[in-house]
Ligand binder design. Structure first.
Ligand code: 6R9
Length: 665
């Protein structure tokens, strides 16, 4: 369940145009939480930023670009002449790794801790910025020795260890775009990504620690590279010490090749539009999309949003993002944003329940974590485990909490605020995507009066709204599709090798605007609420109903920890709502309880949203980034054979769920 794993979700090119009626707006939320006074008084970003960006959006971004150290300062901001193919800061030159590492050392901050690494078995390693500079330089020299040149692609398949960060930065330093693939993806999934990116080198490890055991990684790479003849070398980090098969013709130990390198490496400046990385998001059909990000605009927005949304004070904060580096969240908010800002952060290898269910809180206490960024899936799991677990630890160092990956149900938000944030920390619910590269819609912790469950406001410099089927902006209080109406610096530049698919998927549904593939609504104050993927929206008796709203209603029942709902074909209503729920700690499944849950939803949202069936399950199918895979539940609910399960965290979950069905009421 770890927060922060894969990039799998429904293909954004296949939206469901089911009726002309926009998404119903069912859920009402009245609770508000104003920023803590001390935080507001010293916040990095104030309300004035919105005004400044509204008055001069491009000027605002040009100013943010000055957070970076450029070898050649850009004079241009946006070139949108060949829309939707954007160029940002196109005449500027910089080195991304220099910005994340060297410049902090040059500023006298070499002794500052960059990474507090915590291995799952309890081993630790502290990496200062000076040490990071040496390690990245060595790795850059090693890649160069192995023949990697600017523009060559490097695949990375590693556990959450410092070498993952070092490898990505070494690639950035020599201008070789990396393509990180989740450790744990199948050999086939890895092979198709290596092939699509035409990677020359793969960086992997013998294995990583997961749930108290070494979990092998190299065998999947051995199998994958057998069908990737262009791969010249496989660099292997020794992490677990387990036995590995060895092919002398291309396998190289990371430590052998890096240890003999110099710690000096001259970073070369690259154009702002030089490719930085490719990251794959897989659709339900067709081959995965290689989302391409470039250098200057991406780093500008990653750094700005990390500074603004977390109110990062690099001298005093200890930041922890629990995502995996195989997810875009790990790219932007473990590697590039925090390091560009000179942050001190925790990097944790393992799962939240090894060796015990309080592991996360033990880590917060141990390192004095002040900013925590995690996913709703993790929060709902912690709710299920019980309030008494975090209560055993001292969490008083925390001051800002973040959420990303899915809509956060209002009750999960309240739980997070109360049990983790001690009722004092603002929660920033950050909406963004692999494609957007960095956060787009989020409260600002020193400015926004937050609402449980809403991402609320486009960040300064970002233009987003909600439109109906015809592309007309909906009034406050109505629902529809989320669109981005102006280009932004960290936007994807294309789909690797497929410009046409880029245009078709994102820029064709609504003329001149970016279609995110998410349903959304504006509340009466104009704040934005995300309502789930458009592919998942249910159509019941002619009404479009959001999965998120029904799930949130279920989670607001004290006995429910987590819920997933789908629309299953139904002879009378078109689709009927089928709900899968995970109960909290001590709650027992019974017919009375499922009847109570159905009534509870009807009461909260109205009779139209009452689930036809409620099934209690032990687990839900999730991707490696913690997103619920509703299409698999739809297959179950409609008695179909299961579709592609290769990106599931745990494929046995589906067997368990299927056994529930024949007894369903
Ligand atoms: C960063 C990331 C993107 C999709 C996105 C949306 C969902 C992410 C969310 C959220 C509601 C939030 N999503 N954050 N939904 N509220 N705060 O998750 O990237 O893996 O590409 O997924 O995730 O559906 O379209 P990615």
């Amino acid at each position: 369940m770890p927060c922060g794993r894969t990039n799998t979700r429904a293909d954004k090119g296949r939206w469901r145009v089911s009726s002309n009626e926009s998404l119903a707006n069912l859920l009402k939320e009245e609770r508000r939480f104003t920023p803590p006074e001390t935080l507001a008084a010293s916040a990095n970003v104030t309300a004035q930023a919105y005004e400044q960006a509204a008055a001069d959006r491009l000027g605002f971004w040009a100013e943010q670009a000055r957070r970076l150290s450029w070898a050649t300062e850009p004079q241009q901001t946006l070139d949108w002449l060949n829309a939707p193919f954007a160029k940002w800061f196109a005449d500027g030159e910089l080195n991304v790794a220099y910005n994340c590492v060297d410049r902090h050392v040059e500023a006298g901050l070499g002794d500052r801790v960059a990474l507090h690494f915590e291995g799952e078995p309890g081993d630790t390693r502290t990496v200062t910025y000076a040490e990071l500079k040496d390690e990245v330089s060595r790795a850059a020299n090693a890649l160069t020795e192995l023949g990697v040149r600017a523009g060559d692609r490097v695949a990375v398949y590693l556990p959450m260890i410092p070498e993952a960060v070092i490898a990505m930065l070494a690639c950035a330093r020599i201008g070789a775009p990396h393509s990180v693939v989740f450790g744990g993806f199948s050999a086939d999934a890895v092979a198709s990504r290596i092939q699509d990116a035409d990677a020359k080198i793969v960086i992997t490890a013998d294995g990583g620690w997961r749930r108290g055991k070494p979990s092998a990684l190299k065998p999947a790479i051995d199998e994958a590279v057998a069908s990737c003849p262009q791969v010249e070398h496989v660099l292997v980090v020794r992490r677990t010490g387990q036995d590995v098969a060895w092919d002398e013709s291309h396998d190289v130990w990371w430590h052998e090749v890096t240890e003999r390198q110099s710690t000096e490496h001259e970073p070369q400046a690259f154009n702002a539009e030089h490719p930085l990385f490719i990251l794959y998001t897989s659709g339900t059909t067709g081959k995965p999309k290689g989302i391409l990000h470039t250098s200057g605009g991406y780093l500008t927005q990653a750094a700005f949003t990390h500074h603004a949304v977390f109110d990062l004070k690099p001298e005093t904060d200890v930041y922890w993002c629990t995502a995996d580096i195989g997810w875009v969240t790990g790219h932007s908010y473990i590697v590039y944003g925090p390091l560009a800002n000179g942050a001190t952060q925790v990097l944790y290898e393992g799962t939240p329940d090894t060796p015990h269910q309080g592991r996360f809180w033990e880590i917060v206490q141990k390192y004095g974590v002040s900013i925590l960024y995690t996913a709703p899936t993790a929060i709902r799991t912690f709710m299920k485990w019980g309030d008494e677990i975090p209560a055993k630890f001292d969490l008083s160092s925390l001051r800002v909490l973040g959420s990303v990956g899915e809509p956060i149900n209002p009750e999960a938000w309240m739980w997070y605020r109360r049990n983790i944030g001690g009722d004092r920390c603002p929660i920033v619910d950050t909406w963004w995507q692999t494609e957007t590269g960095a956060m787009m819609i989020s409260p600002l912790p020193g400015v926004t009066a937050t609402k449980p469950g809403s991402a609320q406001t486009p960040l300064p410099g970002i233009a987003a709204t909600v439109v109906d089927d015809e592309g007309r902006e909906v009034p406050d209080g109505a629902g529809g599709y989320l669109v981005l109406t102006e280009p932004w610096p960290s936007m994807l530049r294309t789909i690797w090798g497929d410009d046409q698919r880029y245009v078709d998927t994102y820029w064709s549904r609504f003329q001149g605007r970016y279609f995110a593939g998410d349903g959304a609504k504006k509340d009466d104050d104009g704040d934005i609420w995300l309502l789930g993927r458009v592919d998942d929206v249910m159509l019941v008796s002619g009404h479009n109903i959001s999965t998120t709203e029904v799930e949130s209603a279920l989670v607001s029942h004290p006995k429910v920890a987590e819920a997933a709902v789908v629309g299953a074909a139904d002879a009378t209503t078109g689709q009927a709502i089928v709900a899968f729920v995970i109960l909290r700690g001590s709650a027992q499944d019974s017919d009375e309880l499922t009847a109570e849950l159905r009534d509870h939803v009807a009461k909260a949202l109205g009779p139209i949203a009452k689930p036809k069936r409620v099934l209690t399950v032990a687990e839900l199918p999730k991707t490696r980034s913690g997103k619920i895979m509703r299409r698999l539940l739809r297959d179950v609910a409609e008695n179909r054979e299961l579709g592609d399960v290769t990106t599931l965290t745990d494929s046995t979950v589906m067997d368990l769920i299927q056994t529930k069905l024949p007894t369903a009421s």
